[in-house]
Design a protein around this ligand. Structure first.
Ligand code: NAI
Length: 462
């Protein structure tokens, strides 16, 4: 008899969700986690702390930009950075303790320490070897390194260091216009830093619907963020004060330098699987460092599975969670499934940007006949009332069947609004199905309905 039915390595969103679901389904579960707290990168140094700082700085921006317009006069608040960081830390500990509580409630054992897999069916933590019928690797990812750039997490930082800077920098260079760069760049721009984003490609947020990405860049530029696009960063060096980033413009190969107090390297993440003993076990890997799995998250080693950032697919907490739940069902003898066609993506800037399904570029590439329904938040009374009317909703639907193929939203609460489209897509809905659904007035969600109406006979308020 094995010690456990399931041992999961890693207590991030993939691992802890898998553990809770597996326990709910009657399995005896342990999770190996070496951090002092549960929750992985997302809760400790990722999604959650960044949202706390985004919230605080968004509120600050609101006070400065909009309060007087609403007749709210008086002294503007100043930033107590140490206090803001401690607010962020409180948010982290509230959430990590919440998972500890859920583990106790569901009788999930926390094996504290870093795990290795000495042989199939075994996990070693410290000096102890535990056995399990199923082992799940949910070890997540780490920042990818950039040649010529040495991170010290003080002056040249990754997203982790960007959450604990000693003070608010006067200037910041962000390398990479992806999600991390733009979210953290927004935080520091709102705190008064001069932020310049240097990006290799000619557009920001690779993979995003191009029309939305363009609108997004325009809005961020208006907020004071500078962009240098088509620029390949060659290196970054710490100097006496701050750091210097050198880059080459791709169009003419010209060399440039830019100095800043702090440099944030946000050029992607890579699977974190070092030290698990996968090579000795003979686990098949993919060329880009991910663990190779089949449709049921199984590796080539019997009883060994992997989920989340350690395997292929978007590196998103909710994708890992869904995989964790599906795998728990599979290990319990049920039929777990993830619909990779309906995984939303959200950028938590102001305005938020959210998307699900195909982009217009993907549909063009597929040679698919489609129609576009668009609606600007300028026509949404609620958005106008709260000075959030920048942006639009764009719905892409099949030209013949009207079935929704994708949706892209830039605007207020986009990260929440996207989910009505996700549900609609899960049910194979047409744009007309959304358009015929009564939406409360006045809500931002009416903009989604209007975009759906625009796929048919037209929006009302356009
Ligand atoms: P990313 O892959 O989203 O973006 C990296 C950017 O860096 C790309 O635009 C790339 O072209 C650029 N780049 C790469 N090398 C470069 C060079 N030498 N010079 C200039 N630019 C260069 O990566 P990011 O932002 O680091 O995020 C990592 C992962 O974490 C992503 O998978 C992201 O989806 C996930 N994440 C998701 C969040 C969310 O859902 N809100 C928040 C934060 C991270």
């Amino acid at each position: 008899m094995a010690d456990f039915d399931v041992i999961i390595i890693g207590a991030g969103p993939g691992g802890y969700v898998c553990a809770i679901r597996a326990a709910q389904l009657g399995l005896k579960v342990a999770v190996v986690e070496g951090r002092e707290t549960l929750g992985g990168t997302c809760l400790n140094v990722g999604c959650i702390p960044s949202k706390a700082l985004l919230n605080a700085t968004h509120q600050l921006h609101e006070v400065h930009e909009n309060f007087e317009k609403m007749g709210l006069m008086g002294a503007h608040p100043t930033v107590d950075w140490a206090k803001m960081l401690s607010y962020k830390d409180d948010v982290i500990s509230g959430n990590t303790k919440g998972i500890e509580f859920l583990f106790k409630k569901n009788k999930v054992t926390w094996l504290k320490g870093w795990g290795t897999i000495p042989a199939a069916g075994q996990v070693k933590v410290g000096d102890e070897v535990h056995t399990a019928k199923h082992i799940v690797i949910a070890t997540g990812s780490e920042p990818a390194s950039l040649p010529g750039v040495t991170v010290d997490e003080k002056t040249i930082v990754t997203s982790t260091g960007a959450l604990t800077l000693a003070s608010v920098p006067k200037s910041m260079v962000v390398i990479g216009a992806g999600v991390i760069g733009l979210e953290m760049g927004s935080v520091y721009a709102r705190l008064g830093a001069e932020v310049t984003v240097v990006e290799y490609l000619d557009a920001i947020t690779p993979g995003m619907d191009a029309e939305v990405a363009k609108a997004f860049q325009k809005i961020l530029t208006k907020q004071g963020i500078k962009f240098v696009l088509g620029a390949a960063v060659q290196g970054a060096e710490v100097g006496e004060a701050g750091a210097k980033v050198s880059y080459k413009l791709r169009k003419d190969d010209s060399a440039h330098e830019i100095a800043a107090d702090v440099v944030l390297v946000a050029t992607g993440r890579k699977p974190y699987t070092a030290g698990l003993g996968l090579e000795a076990l003979g686990v098949e890997m993919l060329p880009r460092g991910q663990i190779k799995t089949d449709d049921h998250f199984a590796t080539n080693v019997k009883g060994l599975y992997a989920i989340g950032d350690a395997i292929t697919g978007p590196m998103l907490a909710h994708k890992a969670e869904d995989e964790g739940m599906a795998l728990a069902e599979i290990m319990a003898g049920k039929h777990g499934h993830v619909n990779y066609g309906v995984i939303p993506g959200v950028v938590y800037t102001t305005p938020e940007v959210a998307s699900v399904g195909a982009t217009e570029e993907q549909l063009k590439d597929q040679g698919r006949a489609y129609k576009v329904g668009k609606f600007s938040f300028m026509g949404n009374a609620r958005a106008k009332a709260v000075f959030q009317a920048e942006g639009f909703v764009k719905i892409l639907a099949d030209k013949e069947t009207d079935r929704i193929l994708g949706a892209h939203i830039i605007g207020p609460a986009a990260g929440d609004l996207i989910h009505e489209v996700c549900v609609a897509m899960e049910f194979g809905a047409s744009a007309q199905d959304l358009a015929l659904t009564c939406h409360a007035h006045p809500t931002y969600s009416e903009a989604v309905r209007e975009a759906a109406l625009a796929c048919g006979d037209g929006a009302i308020h356009a």
